[in-house]
Design a protein around this ligand. Structure first.
Ligand code: 4NP
Length: 162
């Protein structure tokens, strides 16, 4: 089983949205028995909570199931056991590297930004998924995450010959 783990700060807005969307795409591709999808936060403030009401609303609107998703914090096993670790912004990237170092890992060379997979990705572009916790714009984030997840799944299928 391949594991994709999406990471944001609180694990209530962006990464659960990515988890739900990617699960949906994996299921549509008939790959649910080969790829599992998870999400975590670098912070622990929201552990045990369901997705933010803005994320829940946008997922419902687009008919994307998110049952069973509750917030948890990144741990060592996520780093050991995930094949793809995918962050939402540069703060997440730096926090994950710092936490991994604290747990005794070497620098994570294959830690990825979701927006590397955006259809309009180009050198020097802003790779931060804006945090709707602050912006309130969940639909804009949904569109970005949806597009990048489609391309990420395509890249994984190519890399893994699935
Ligand atoms: P997320 O958004 O990282 O996309 O889940 C946030 C959720 C909570 C907080 C910040 C961002 N917070 O400060 O509690």
């Amino acid at each position: 089983m391949l594991t994709i783990t999406f990471i944001c700060l609180g694990n209530i807005c962006r990464s659960p949205m990515a988890e739900a969307l990617m699960r949906h795409k994996v299921a549509e591709a008939g790959l649910s028995d080969k790829i599992q999808v998870d999400s975590v936060g670098t912070g622990n403030w929201h552990v045990g909570e369901r997705p933010h009401r803005g994320t829940a609303k946008v997922l419902k609107y687009h008919d994307i199931d998110f049952k069973g998703i509750t917030a948890r914090q990144l741990n060592e096993r996520d780093i050991e056991e995930s094949d793809y670790l995918v962050v939402m912004d540069l703060d997440n990237y730096n926090d994950v590297q710092r936490m991994a170092r604290h747990w005794g890992f070497e620098e994570l060379r294959d830690l990825r930004f979701l927006l590397e997979y955006a259809s309009d990705a180009r050198d020097g572009m802003d790779l931060n998924v804006p945090d709707p916790w602050y912006t309130g714009n969940f639909e804009a984030v949904y569109q970005m995450v949806d597009d990048a997840c489609t391309n990420l799944l395509g890249a994984i299928r190519k890399e893994q010959r699935l």
